[in-house]
Design a protein around this ligand. Structure first.
Ligand code: T1G
Length: 688
């Protein structure tokens, strides 16, 4: 036996319990005793059936991701599954919590799978830049059919117990004590007698395959891969399950897995998996997090309404405060409409909509915030207005309530200092639409209390947000770096790049869209208002706004948008405007290539990230990657700007930054000292 695996007996049924907290990953110290136990139980004539279950909160959540990139230690999962399929007596996987990746593949090595009602099953390897490497691509289609397997494996999405049962992946779903049910199921199966067919020899799911329909679906999925290799490999492996003999398909899966696991894309996506979890950890001693049971939101506009929905969607009662009944009515009507759209789209049931709406209480009286544990203001982005709100808040909010501002740019230390309770003040920078976007920048002000910070970090995870703790500076991490990325936008246009060429360079890099298309989507008037407030100008963007060209919402911005459509069509008028402005400035137009576009946008992005790290605004380089992947669409296959800098080569980035700095004199190109140290040490961590 081992500390990570126990075998017990219930009569002639053997029960193998894996116990490897926190998620029962199939680490080497689990695989070794598991293999040994399976061989012994297989050869033990007193054992009529074998149940594999897990202790703790979940069934096996996959291979141990921390082992990738290190020498493989036998036995591998594949060998364990192959051994399982040499067992003639019935083998049953008893699944609670999640059976993911290698965990589901282990279960697919069993003759039967039984679950409790809350179980979720999936093969999410594609999210790590991988494919199921333990036989999942060849066994899953045999049970659920090639098309469903294709969708599950390429999306990495899990399915619930009932859906899995209906699809033939699960043989029974039990209420109550799962292990007891599993043992009874095993005993009954054994009593009825075999032979028991291993999944590898079952093909009911393959017989119904329409290969043409499969290829059509696979082609559609490939279009969404945006340069990622894993989704393509996943589809190929599932297709092999249909067209090749089992062993050939299994060997092909292995070859594809070995290639992917060594790829930069998978290293990048595995980096992000752990980076997201690190970002939510607050250094320092353990403290008792403040309790948050009820949330108040001030302002029911676009941001306030979205923030209120984010909390209601996470199960929290929300008091939504506005200045008038009419403003409150409008805000609540928008929320109701948003939920109605989700119901129409099928992503929300009517019942869930009712439950969520029931969590809202509207008010125009600050006194109604007195029972809130967290209050988030999302009022007009103006310091005077914010201070007025906090002045009223500190009187209305109960002692210990956390007072959060959703400001994107304003100085939160100044807001906190305007109150008598700065220890309760912090920033919750949501990204619009706040009920959809995953990223939440949690801004720690100078005097923010650790127990308040820990409470909102914990709350963020509970409402499905990806939390990153950042420090106070103009634009915090994301928007400050966004400014650096866009600093050369106008210069690139005036020197000869068209909006389409710049955007194409970005989409070829793997971004969902480029900066000009993004500007048209968000609305060019937002940036215009910010520039005017700060006394800044941008000759092309300002001129477009002066002409009422705000982007999609006005049908034209940098691009033209046919009535109501979202397709960006290059606009000759804009290109003529750019040429005219360049001529006015005496700038000779020239061809600007994609490489130059990337050097003048993404290298400054990395450089500003290095400055942010130097200043301690972000605690880790990986936190910056989490911000950019979850808040701005940085391609996951490149791991975020700071991880990508390692792939690109810090020395090369410095060399090009120095070239552009010398050529333009602009500060955005002046290499940060930490970037130079990264080039020397290969690490962003100070002192490494
Ligand atoms: N390996 C190693 N550590 C893991 C892990 C894993 N598979 N899954 C989670 N952890 C750690 C995680 O880093 C965190 O550590 C702690 O467990 C709690 O996780 C051969 C090749 C299961 C839904 O992709 O989706 O199998 O921060 O904070 O929110 O074909 O963890 O506490 O130190 O996420 O309750 C495929 C990944 C692997 C599933 C639970 N499996 N995990 O969520 O907790 S590749 C996956 C998750 C594979 C085979 C292939 C989630 C969860 P720490 P958590 P959670």
């Amino acid at each position: 036996m081992s500390d990570f695996l126990k075998v017990s007996r219930d009569g002639d049924v053997a029960i193998v319990i894996i116990d490897n907290p926190p998620v029962n990953a199939l680490s080497f110290h689990v695989r070794e005793p598991l293999m040994q136990a399976l061989v012994e139980l297989r050869d033990d004539p007193s054992v009529a059936a074998i149940v594999i279950a897990c202790a703790g909160r979940t069934f096996v959540a996959g291979a141990d991701i921390t082992e990738f990139g290190k020498p493989v230690q036998q036995p591998e999962l594949r060998a364990i599954v192959a051994t399982l399929e040499t067992i003639a007596k019935p083998t049953i996987a008893a699944i609670h919590g999640t059976a993911l990746g290698g965990g589901l593949e282990l279960a697919l090595g069993c003759h039967f799978r039984v679950t409790d009602a809350g179980a979720k099953l999936g093969l999410p390897e594609v999210k790590l830049g991988l494919l199921p490497g333990g036989g999942g691509t060849v066994r899953l289609p045999r049970l659920v059919g090639a098309l469903k397997a294709l969708k599950m494996i390429v999306s990495g999405a899990s399915i619930g117990a009932e859906e899995a049962h209906a699809a033939g992946l699960v043989d029974a779903v039990f209420e109550g004590d799962l292990t007891t049910h599993a043992v009874n199921f095993a005993r009954e199966i054994a009593r009825k007698g075999g032979p028991f067919t291993p999944v590898r020899d079952r093909d009911e799911g393959l017989k119904t395959t329409d290969l043409a329909a499969f290829d059509t679906e696979a082609a559609d999925l490939a279009k969404k891969a945006r340069g990622l290799e894993a989704p393509i490999a996943c589809a190929q492996a599932v297709r092999n399950a249909v067209t090749l003999h089992f062993d050939e398909a299994l060997a092909a899966e292995r070859a594809l897995f070995v290639k992917l696991v060594a790829s930069d894309q998978s290293r990048a996506q595995r980096h992000l998996f752990f980076a997201e979890r690190e970002a939510a950890k607050i250094p320092g001693k353990d403290f008792i997090k403040r309790r948050i049971a009820r949330v108040g939101v001030i302002g029911a506009g676009t941001m306030g309404g979205g923030i209120a929905m984010a909390f209601a969607n996470g199960g929290y009662p929300v008091t939504l405060l506005e200045t008038s009944q009419e403003a409150l009515r409008r805000g609540l009507a928008t929320i109701d409409k948003n939920y109605a759209v989700s119901v129409t789209r099928g992503s929300l049931t009517e019942d869930a909509k009712r439950q969520r709406l029931a969590r809202f209480t509207g008010s125009t009286d600050y006194a109604d915030l007195a029972d809130c544990d967290l209050i988030v203001e999302a009022v007009f982005e103006d310091m005077t207005v914010k201070k007025e709100v906090f002045g009223r808040l500190e009187a209305a909010a109960k002692p210990g309530a956390i007072l959060a501002t959703n400001t994107s740019y304003l100085d939160i230390n100044e807001i906190a200092a305007s109150t008598s309770r700065p220890q309760d003040v912090l920033g919750l920078h949501f990204f619009s639409p706040a009920n959809v976007m995953k990223l939440l920048e949690i801004v720690r002000a100078e005097k923010t209390a650790p127990d308040a910070l820990a409470a909102v970090v914990d709350l963020a995870r509970r409402i499905g947000k990806v939390a990153v703790v950042v420090g106070v500076c103009h634009g915090f991490v994301g928007n400050r770096m966004l400014a650096a990325r866009g600093a050369e936008s106008e210069a690139l246009l005036l020197e000869g790049a068209t909006p389409r060429q710049v955007d194409q360079a970005f989409t070829d890099f793997g971004w969902p869209m480029g900066p000009f298309q993004m500007g048209d989507l968000a609305g060019l008037d937002i940036g215009w208002r910010n520039r005017k407030a700060r006394g800044q100008t941008a000759v092309i963007a300002d001129t477009l706004c002066e002409q009422g060209r705000f982007g999609q919402k006005t049908g034209r911005g940098y691009y033209l948008y046919e009535a109501g459509a979202r397709t960006a069509v290059p606009d000759p008028e804009v290109e003529a405007l750019i040429r005219d402005k360049a001529a006015e400035k005496g700038i000779a137009l020239r061809a600007v290539g994609a490489e130059e576009i990337i050097e003048r946008t993404l290298y400054p992005l990395v450089n500003e990230g290095a400055r942010i790290l130097e200043e301690g605004i972000a605690a880790r380089a990986s936190d910056i990657d989490v911000v950019w992947v979850n808040g701005y669409g940085f391609p996951v296959g490149k791991g975020g700007p700071m991880f990508w800098a390692g792939l690109e080569g810090a020395a090369k980035i410095i060399e090009r930054l120095e070239y552009w700095h010398q050529r333009t004199g602009r500060q955005v190109f002046k290499p940060a000292p930490l970037l130079k140290r990264m080039a020397e040490t290969g690490s962003w961590e100070a002192g490494e």
